[in-house]
Design a protein around this ligand. Structure first.
Ligand code: HEM
Length: 473
């Protein structure tokens, strides 16, 4: 496990150095030492199904009671009392309020508006000339802008102004939260913070950001209390508004601090994940021009049924329902290079169990290794090959149904990602719009020629990924 810290291996190198051989030889359970202790990782689809569907037997590792991390940056950032990290009645209380909000919020117009801003940025910078884009910087800005507006109607101005103050603040916080030194040794900041002035600065930044968020929550409550209605249609309302409205319908209640913690989780869980999924899809389309062209023809046929026009058209939710092939590309991207390598919280084994013939004693911690099951050659045929046709009707993916859970980029069961449909719609709108307006390739000198080189992290990040774009109209 120390390989990624000390040798700085990328995701593929790490997988090859640590577990690929084991997985190939059918060893689908192995131990890793992590911040919570020894954790069993599994890439066996039957075991994964059992773990994810029997949530009561395998609750999430509880950071509130299992580990005293009071005072760590991580704790201050995510708060622990939120929909992602709690279990039992506390989790239900959060999920009751959050669920209806995510059922309603499918803001395809917002996704289109943010894509329009991106096109404006590129048109201003490059006019009709081909250009190289640091694509992950772009998808991060796009998804940050989207989650700010979608979560609580906050304008980061992240697309048109890369240096916008709140974007810089959020980037600083994010960087501090993923500092491996403090992730592995939280005691350093809990007990010896005075030794780390830069870390103290990060805490200050975090407090300012949280204060800003809290004041938005208070104002929003007041506006809803006073029936201030801006006439926004339901699907385009921000999540905070929908959550407070759900309280007003008597579906539960959360304090301002609890709402804040959930909003922060939407950022952590929803921004980098979707940015990575988009960057990866764009990368695979660059690597496979034939697949890109087929996807483009689908986007054109759905968005311009009466023939191509030289103007931007942003897909509606209804349009995206006809993106069959684009959907296959997104699914295959999430398989071969998913946004989450393994579950954020390991699960606790509450009684002795037998998982696919392997005895796991009560008290163990177990995690679903998403990356490994998606690359498991005993499950997927030729797993290192990008092939959207696996997802065609009667294709390989359909034939795997009934053999456990082999595709779990969003997890599954009652703790499945609550933002899944939101993120998938976001990706469809952005990819569909991009495909019509641009063609793109991978520059010849790219370090990603052989495979997508990603920094090893729970949510990976492409290293220096440039894509060459050319406008079509
Ligand atoms: C490609 C995009 C995304 C991927 C791959 C993804 C993946 C995941 C995964 C694997 C989990 C399970 C974590 C665990 O059990 O430890 C999860 C949970 C969660 N995700 Fe996502 N996610 C994505 C986008 C989003 C978005 C856009 C949001 C919100 C705006 C979001 C909000 C959440 C929340 C709140 C949970 C916790 C649900 C619960 O435990 O009840 N995610 N996500």
């Amino acid at each position: 496990m120390n390989n990624f810290i000390f040798k700085r291996l990328n995701v593929k190198e790490f997988y090859e150095a640590e577990t690929k051989k084991l997985v190939e030889n059918g060893h689908e359970f192995h131990l890793r030492l992590e911040r919570t202790g020894y954790v069993i990782h599994t890439c066996n689809p039957q075991a994964i199904k059992e773990i994810l569907l029997k949530g009561d037997k395998f609750p999430k590792y509880d950071y509130n009671t299992s580990n005293n991390e009071d005072g760590s940056f991580f704790h201050e950032f995510v708060g622990f009392e939120n929909v992602l990290m709690t279990n039992g009645s506390t989790w239900k209380k959060h999920r009751m309020i959050v669920n209806p909000a995510f059922k309603t919020a499918l803001p395809s117009r917002l996704f289109g508006d943010c894509t329009r801003d991106l096109f404006k940025l590129w048109d201003n910078e490059y006019a009709n000339e081909p250009f190289d884009s640091d694509i992950h910087n772009i998808t991060e800005r796009l998804t940050l802008q989207i989650i700010g507006k979608a979560a609580f109607d906050f304008d980061f101005n992240a697309i048109l102004d890369e240096k916008s103050i709140w974007k810089q603040t959020y980037d600083g916080i994010n960087k501090a939260a993923s500092d491996p030194l403090f992730i592995l040794f939280p005691i350093l900041e809990e007990k010896f913070l005075w030794l780390f002035p830069k870390r103290q600065q990060s805490f200050k930044l975090l407090n300012e950001w949280k204060k800003m968020l809290l004041s938005i929550i208070e104002k929003k409550r007041e506006a809803i209390q006073n029936n201030v209605d801006h006439g926004v249609e339901e699907a385009e309302k921000d999540l905070l508004t929908l959550m407070i409205e759900s309280e007003h319908r008597g579906e539960g209640a959360l304090s301002n601090e609890e709402l804040l913690s959930d909003l922060i989780i939407f950022f952590i869980a929803g921004h980098d994940t979707t940015a990575f999924a988009l960057s990866a899809a764009i990368y695979y389309l660059a690597k496979h021009p034939d697949i890109q062209e087929k996807a483009r023809q689908e986007a054109i046929s759905v968005l311009c049924p009466n023939g191509e026009v030289d103007e931007d058209i942003f897909p509606t939710t209804e349009d995206t329902k006809h993106f069959v092939y684009i959907n296959q590309i997104m699914k295959e991207t999430l398989r071969i290079n998913g946004s989450v390598l393994f579950l954020l919280s390991p699960r606790l084994v509450t009684q002795d169990v037998n998982l696919s013939g392997v005895f796991i004693p009560k008290g163990s911690q177990i995690n679903v290794n998403i990356h490994e099951v998606h690359h498991n050659p005993n499950v997927w045929h030729d797993p290192e090959t990008f092939d959207p046709d696996r997802w065609a009707s009667n294709g390989e993916a359909e034939q795997l149904a009934g053999k456990g859970m082999a595709w779990v980029p969003f997890s599954n069961g009652n703790r499945q990602c609550i933002g899944m449909n939101f993120s998938l719609l976001e990706q469809r709108v952005i990819l569909g719009s991009l495909l019509r307006k641009y063609e793109w390739t991978l520059p010849e000198d790219s370090i990603h020629q052989d495979y997508m080189v990603n920094k090893f992290n729970l949510i990976p990040k492409p290293i220096d990924l440039k894509i060459r774009f050319k406008r079509r109209y």
